[in-house]
Design a protein around this ligand. Structure first.
Ligand code: AMP
Length: 561
């Protein structure tokens, strides 16, 4: 181990107050992500900011921490909101407000998410009592403005989060309406995963002399690329521990580092992996030098095979046996990805880099590919059947080795006695069964839904169009060659995108990949299928049930074709 001096910027270096620093330590954040390092100082100083960053970069904290810092730093009227964060979907509204709440707990920050679909009465009551940070979808924010229940005339900061998504969902006018109600001298922050011309125009119109930040602009040095097989799996968050276990079972690494974002995540994952029969050790900033040395010794002498670590703790580690680097989350910047996988594939040896991404983080994988100029192969999480096949293959290989070793004579008597009564093939089968069961890997029967990326670049499946008012807005025509179908069941019957993909793929024998955009509203859903398959899909779904219910399926009425 050759520990480098730690000269990285810390959260304290960014000028955040102790209440916020304590919250971050409590959450297990060890150091700022690149976007946080770049965005927090100018935002705390009151500058406008235009940031290109996708989910997974830590952008929420990059704007939430300065909002809280500035809020705590000044005198103000506590009856009206200090900051408004506009987001495209209700899910994001809830996520962002939870994050602001967690960071701002010690400061007593009052946060309220407002979105359609939730009874407005509760929102009204809380707004009346006074809120510091409102996190809203644009449609519902406009509703509140027109009722006079959301007052923005004393607002200090507006954040437009995932601005490209908001424009895609047809919220441009709502954004103009909302911004027109805010003071001209407010601070404005705009984050967007992509920077099309429309975002540029929006920024020119509403931001004043913004600082510009792009995550993923730097190109890796040519020739730097190690010999590493790079693959990624897109897995919903709830299934990540199981998916990782399965991928590791199939990959069977000699020694691997699994990178996590926070201390808590490191501890939890270590426990899960140990429960699955791995010998995993955790390493994070809260671990003493003595423990650290012990962990490293175990990894080197082979008594541990997995190291679960944060970036900070793994800095400077050089482990020769390492065959696999696993990113349990998409790294917060391409540089971090390059740095992590630089630990394997050295000196002509082959290495494997595996990344687990949540569906929303798909865009960040693309950014990493672009910056590193290397392909990351999208793979399917091994199924239970794959896993069984792989385990049988390992047993077969072990038996093959044993047959070559030629020390089997001592067992001949057992076989001979049994063959008096049974066929030799049956005896062999029973022996294989015992050997296989003795490998003892825990049974894994959990279904992990397959994620099917939406066709078209950078788009996401399963986003809820205009989730704001409970019904998708449809600014877009169906993609070329696709027909949009109306399915008479939606969120309120628990329908998820994977249910629709499952039903269509299962009943109409359509490949999941051929299914296009899916939008789920409260009471119905819209699914794009190829024109040529539309009739057949309608016919086969008419007789079928989705989530145990018979549902109406027809061509969408206002489909112009
Ligand atoms: P975001 O890109 O804002 O959606 O954040 C992605 C994830 O990273 C969230 O789960 C955050 O809690 C987590 N996160 C953000 N900043 C940090 C940090 N500095 N260290 C560790 N985790 C972080």
């Amino acid at each position: 181990m050759n520990d480098e001096p730690d000269d990285r910027t810390s959260f304290a270096d960014l000028g955040l107050r102790p209440e916020l620093l304590r919250a971050l330590t409590g959450l297990g954040y060890e150091e700022p992500t690149p976007i946080q390092r770049e965005a927090i100082p100018p935002l705390t100083a009151g500058r406008d900011l235009l940031g290109q960053a996708a989910t997974g970069t830590g952008k929420t904290a990059a704007f939430a921490l300065p909002v809280l810092e500035r809020m705590a730093g000044g005198e103000r009227d506590r009856r009206t909101p200090f900051a408004l964060v506009l987001v495209p979907t209700r899910e994001l509204a809830v996520q962002v407000s939870e994050a602001v709440h967690r960071y701002g707990r010690e400061l007593g920050a009052r946060v309220l998410p407002i979105y359609g679909g939730q009874p407005i009465g509760r929102q009204l009551r809380v707004l009346e009592q006074g809120v510091d940070v409102v996190v809203a979808t644009p449609g519902r924010a406009v509703d509140h403005l027109s009722r006079g229940t959301l007052k923005l005339e004393h607002l200090d900061i507006v954040v437009l989060d995932e601005a490209d998504e908001m424009l895609d969902m047809g919220f441009a006018e709502d954004l103009d309406t909302i911004l027109a109600e805010t003071p001209a001298e407010r601070q404005t922050v705009l984050f967007s995963a992509t920077m099309p011309g429309r975002i540029d125009r929006l920024a020119r119109q509403h931001l004043s002399d913004p600082v510009r930040i792009t995550i993923g602009r730097e190109q890796a040095e040519p020739g730097e690329a190690p010999r590493v097989r790079q693959s990624a799996y897109v897995v919903p968050r709830a299934h990540k521990p199981a998916a990782l276990g399965r991928v590791l079972d199939v990959e069977a690494p000699t020694a691997a580092i699994v990178f996590c974002r926070t201390r808590d995540e490191v501890d939890q994952l270590t426990e899960t992996l140990n429960g699955r029969g791995y010998r995993a050790e955790s390493l994070h900033g809260g671990i003493s030098q003595e423990q650290r040395d012990r962990v490293m010794a175990r990894l080197r002498n082979g008594t541990a095979d997995l190291l679960v670590a944060t970036d900070v703790a793994a800095r400077g580690l050089d482990i020769e046996q390492l065959t696999h680097v696993v990113n349990y989350n998409v790294p917060s910047a391409p540089e971090s990805y390059v740095h992590r996988i630089g630990r394997i594939g050295r000196a002509g040896r082959e290495g494997v880099a595996i990344t687990l991404a949540e569906p929303r983080e798909h865009g960040m994988l693309k950014t990493i590919e672009r910056v590193t100029k290397q392909r990351i192969h999208m793979e399917k999480v091994p199924t239970i059947a794959d896993l069984r096949a792989r385990k049988l293959e390992l047993t077969r290989a072990a038996l093959h080795e044993s047959l070559l070793e030629d020390d089997l004579e001592g067992f001949r008597v057992v076989v001979e006695t049994l063959t008096d009564q049974f066929d030799v093939m049956e005896v062999a089968l029973a022996a294989v069964k015992l050997a296989h069961e003795a490998t003892g890997a825990a049974a894994d029967e959990e279904e992990i839904p397959e994620y099917v990326p939406r066709t078209g670049s950078g788009e996401r499946r399963g986003r809820e169009g205009g989730g704001d008012r409970g019904a998708p807005r449809r600014p877009r025509r169906p993609s070329a060659g696709m027909t949009r179908l109306f399915v008479g069941a939606g969120r309120s019957s628990g329908i998820r995108p994977q249910d629709l993909v499952g039903a269509i793929a299962g009943e109409a024998r359509l490949n999941g990949r051929d299914i296009g955009a899916i939008e789920i509203a409260d009471r119905f859903s819209l699914v794009e299928v190829p024109d040529s398959a539309a009739q057949q899909v309608i016919a086969s779904l008419r007789g079928a049930t989705i989530k145990g219910r018979k549902v109406t399926v027809r061509r969408e009425r206002d489909d112009p074709r």
